[in-house]
Write a protein that binds this ligand. Structure first.
Ligand SMILES: NC(=O)c1ccc[n+]([C@@H]2O[C@H](COP(=O)([O-])OP(=O)(O)OC[C@H]3O[C@@H](n4cnc5c(N)ncnc54)[C@H](OP(=O)(O)O)[C@@H]3O)[C@@H](O)[C@H]2O)c1
Ligand SMILES: *[C@@H]1O[C@H](CO)[C@@H](O)[C@H](O)[C@H]1NC(C)=O
Length: 379
């Protein structure tokens, strides 16, 4: 197949840069913590200690060699982007919108599925004529069928190279007891059932191209930090993607999962989340309200504010970190199984998900408000 590897992208330069970057980083850490002259001598000292024993020097060079080989393997790309079609769902805003424009800029044949007509025309005006838009509501089977027909006509015998299941919603999100079944359903229908139905519908076209599926889950698919349908849906996307990946390997289809931390988009907008929390609160029966205490809703709102504040610290509003992962999954010769996007995902949430439940419960409880009246009763 035309799965030629672009060797021009990798050469000694990459390895050299990697080496320089690493030694600079280690030097930098020493300089920061210990001051200039001490640091270089300590650096040399550690280096000498490692190299003084054959076993530790072997381990050291093997680690470096493995890292270099991994880096080279990871940076190999597939070629002939202009012949590859990629369908992205939820392109009206956020990650999907940026990814569509970026892939379009790199020469891919992007088919951007938007929920609304306005979203579609706004995106077209920002992209090249190569980019095609279509309207797709992932909760509507008829809309999905129409999209399959449109895409089939567009891709022809080549098939579909990439499907990015990105469309999603977060609201209603909040305490489980405040939800009605309908609230769970609203989120699950888009984030989980939508992903499943769209994937099943496009599998024949993906098989034809021996293409890629990229599913957007979340760190909330590794750690259930809140109630409502959102975490459920993302856990579901993880499981669906895992079984799909194992089965589709035999057909040469790769399935990757993106796990973003918190990023500034419509999904995390504090004003929208707050307004919906108030809606859930006002319709609660009085005895339930009493059990939480009148200040609970304000604590919740404060929490949303705190989350907004930590958003500012934990991760930049730079959503290109997420689209970088998506593009890697679509363009790399060897795509990864999982991509944690953002510092908070890599160094806080995903590591936390591996710790015993009592640790993650303790930390999660620090972030969430507690019902006032129950606390008093215990005392
Ligand atoms: N932002 C984060 O911190 C974060 C973290 C982890 C995971 N994620 C996930 O990343 C994905 C993209 O979200 P985003 O952050 O880029 O937020 P976003 O800007 O709200 O993007 C979601 C897109 O999905 C569309 N959509 C909603 N319901 C749909 C439906 N039934 N059919 C088709 N499209 C629909 C939305 O259209 P409208 O704008 O017209 O409603 C919107 O364009 C979501 O799956 C989200 O769960 C986000
Ligand atoms: C990608 O697909 C190839 C061919 O089916 C398979 O050998 C490889 O393990 C897959 N990679 C991932 C990360 O699933």
């Amino acid at each position: 197949m035309d799965e030629r590897v672009d060797h021009t992208k990798i050469n000694g330069r990459v390895c050299f840069c990697l080496f320089v970057r690493w030694s600079c980083l280690i030097q930098f850490i020493f300089v920061c913590f210990l001051g200039g002259p001490v640091s270089s001598s300590l650096f040399l000292f550690v280096f000498q200690v490692v190299l003084s024993h054959p076993a530790s020097s072997c381990a050291f060079f093997l680690t470096i060699l493995t890292s270099i080989l991994w880096f080279i393997r990871d940076s190999l790309k597939v070629s002939s982007f202009p012949h590859r079609h990629v369908l992205i769902t939820g392109c009206d805003s956020g990650f999907g919108n940026l990814l569509a424009r970026q892939l379009d800029g790199r020469g891919f044949r992007v088919i951007a599925a938007c929920l609304t007509e306005e979203g579609a025309s706004a995106l077209s005006s920002l992209a090249s004529p190569r980019l095609k838009t279509l309207q797709l509501d992932v909760t509507d089977s008829a809309s999905i069928r129409r999209a399959v027909e449109a895409v089939r006509a567009e891709v022809g015998e080549r098939g579909l190279w990439g499907l990015v299941n990105n469309a999603g919603r977060s609201i209603p999100i909040g305490p489980t007891e405040w939800m009605q079944l309908e609230d769970f359903r609203k989120v699950l229908d888009v984030n989980l059932i939508g992903v499943i139905e769209v994937t099943l519908a496009f599998l024949p076209l993906l098989k034809k191209a021996r293409g890629r599926v990229v599913n957007v889950a979340s760190i909330l698919g590794r750690l259930a930090l809140t109630g409502g349908g959102y975490c459920l849906s993302k856990y579901g996307v993880e499981a669906f993607s895992d079984s799909l990946r194992r089965e589709m390997q035999h057909f040469g289809i790769n399935v990757s999962i993106i796990e973003p931390g918190f990023f500034k988009t419509a999904v995390t907008r504090p004003d929208l989340i707050e307004a919906d929390l108030r809606r859930l609160w006002t319709r609660l029966p009085q005895d339930v309200k009493d059990s939480y205490g009148a200040s609970y809703i304000n604590d919740c709102k404060r929490n949303v504010k705190a989350q907004d504040f930590s958003l500012g610290i934990l991760c930049s509003p730079d959503i290109s970190k997420v689209t970088w992962c998506m593009s890697h999954a679509l363009t790399a010769r060897f795509p990864r199984t999982r991509y944690g996007a953002g510092w908070d995902a890599k160094f806080l949430w995903i590591p936390l998900s591996y710790l015993p439940s009592f640790v993650s419960d303790f930390i999660t409880n620090l972030l969430l408000p507690a019902p006032k009246n129950e606390k008093k009763k215990k005392e």
